[in-house]
Design a protein around this ligand. Sequence first.
Ligand code: AP5
Ligand code: MG
Length: 214
Amino acid sequence: MKIIMLGAPGAGKGTQAKQIAGKYQIPHISTGDIFRANIKEGTELGMKAKTFMDQGALVPDELTVALVVDRIQKDDCKNGFVLDGFPRTIPQAEVLDKTLAEMGEKMDYAIDVDVPDENIVNRMGGRRACVNCGATYHIVNIPTKVEGICDKCNSETILRDDDKPETVQKRLSVYHEQTQPLIDYYKSQGILKTVDGTRPMDDVFAAIVEILGA
Ligand code: AP5
Ligand code: MG
């Protein structure tokens, strides 16, 4: 099963993608997580990506596309994968389709986690991410058991650099300009499914499972 998670920044793509990956035993591929891991390790890719991410801008396609094309051809992707945060532009989607076509494959579902802008700013301000394992929480909706400490690995949880309110606004406008057109792109391919992302996390997941099948 090959799935794309669409949705605004903070819509819950990562939250749902992790659960999908667990239930259907397929890899969760998040370009944002890959960039953040590279930033943490201080790689050249990480340094380049950070300048764009901190401004709320997209990392250029040259740095992004090859990474995903390479990743989806690995052995663990044979039974499918869930893409989170990719594609984010029409050119990225076109390369993805072309790569899969060359492998004799195609995407099965593009799931749009729909959340209006008003809800987003509040969610992002409350998000905390573990500096070590990347687990995400929300100070009100999904709090850690001990404030500021990851439930899974006991490391510190922090506000992401790009979750400051002014950067969130910029990410939202980039989303509307460059990523939202993908909704029509996948609608015209007949694989678009929309779920109401304002509902509680478990309800959103239940709606997704209904689409994908148990
Ligand atoms: P990326 O890491 O992909 O960030 P994003 O798209 O902005 O999305 P987020 O990770 O912020 O949100 P999410 O939808 O995953 O929400 P989450 O589940 O965490 O990208 C970061 C940057 O990298 C980009 O800005 C860009 O610069 C670069 N980049 C990445 N991919 C790229 C590409 N393909 N091309 C170019 N550049 C690229 O949830 C958010 C919060 O809400 C959490 O606190 C969560 O606990 C809470 N929450 C989740 N679901 C619910 C719910 N149902 N109810 C209440 N709270 C909820
Ligand atoms: Mg995410």
